[in-house]
Design a protein around this ligand. Structure first.
Ligand SMILES: [Zn+2]
Length: 320
């Protein structure tokens, strides 16, 4: 059985504040879950972030306060935290006096999301994200799937309110194909070709707990099943119908899907391949102890035919 953790990057609304909407998933065999979770938690703990949520976009922001503190890099973690806290308290008081409620709320939001990481310099935070990406890239059993939708291009092909549904069905197909490949390999290993009754390979979608998304995706999964395409392929039976919704703050694997989605959006929107190049692997997928020729990263970029990105030109990282 496979678990597929999903997370979104950017917003599906058009125009919204992003040119792309990315739905990213990390699919892992259920027996690897503990190992994966422990590996990431160990890295986080080494950086003074035991129990903290990994939220890549907040982690990799520039924190203005840090540049205003003399000798910040030379301080120890406690001193850095104390210095940043001092500046933040002063800023909260300053903004409160201005009496602009919206700005006040925004400031608090930024502080809430970035507080766990303020003891690390920007280069240390970049190294942390890099190390986590490197760790994921070594998991030859983890399959990274995603749909990246260029929203302005989508407008020329589909209805504006279907960006999310389109990305979701692509990701579900990618996941279903993985399950089918795993099942076929199981069949070969167990010598049940052609005899019937192979062990079925089931999959569970695990999504960040967001009531709106929850409702939307449950409905979409049902619609995909009823769709004639799925009837023709007959591959969706393996996906458990009711997706599981969890609190991303408590689920490391959702946070990794967040990092994967972040790296994709940085790449398709800004050409920044720092994290993308580590994760976008064309290495073969290990299913059990067998190599499957399909690559470990399976990404769809819904964009102009002329797009020359590594995804569209299919010229990603060469097989190692
Ligand atoms: Zn492209």
């Amino acid at each position: 059985m496979y678990l597929c953790y999903l997370d979104e990057s950017g917003v599906p609304e058009i125009p919204g504040n992003s040119t792309h909407f990315v739905l990213a998933g990390i699919a892992i065999p259920i027996e690897r879950w503990r190992e994966a979770d422990a590996a990431i938690s160990e890295i986080m703990a080494r950086h003074g972030l035991a129990g903290a949520e990994l939220h890549t976009a907040w982690l990799l922001r520039k924190y203005l306060e840090q540049s205003r503190i003399d000798g910040f890099d030379e301080m120890n973690w406690d001193e850095r935290r104390a210095q940043v806290a001092r500046l933040r308290v002063a800023e909260v008081h300053r903004v409160r006096k201005l009496g602009i409620a919206k700005r006040n709320a925004q400031l608090k939001k930024v502080y809430r999301h970035t507080d766990p990481y303020v003891h690390l310099t920007l280069s240390e935070r970049n190294r942390l994200a890099h190390e986590i990406a490197e760790t994921i890239s070594k998991w030859d059993w983890a399959v990274l799937i995603a749909s990246c939708v260029d929203k302005s291009f989508f407008l020329t092909k589909g209805k504006p309110n279907q960006v999310n549904a389109s990305a979701f069905s692509i990701v579900v197909v990618q996941f279903a194909e993985l399950l089918q490949q795993a099942e076929n390999l199981n069949r070969i290993v167990s010598g049940t070709v052609p005899p019937q009754d192979p062990v079925r390979e089931f999959g569970l979608l695990i999504h960040d707990n967001n009531p709106t998304v929850a409702l939307k995706h449950t409905g979409q999964l049902r619609a995909i099943r009823e769709n004639e395409i799925s009837a023709r392929h007959g591959i969706f039976d393996r996906i458990i119908e009711t997706p599981l919704f969890v609190d991303s703050g408590l689920t490391r694997m959702i946070q990794l899907a967040d990092l994967w989605g972040y790296s994709l959006r940085r790449y398709v929107e800004n050409g920044d391949s720092t994290l993308f190049s580590i994760l976008y692997s064309k290495q073969r997928t290990m299913i059990g102890r067998i190599q499957h020729p399909a690559p470990r990263a399976r990404v769809d970029h819904f964009a102009e035919n002329s797009c020359e990105c590594l995804i569209c030109t299919n010229s990603g990282i060469v097989e190692k």
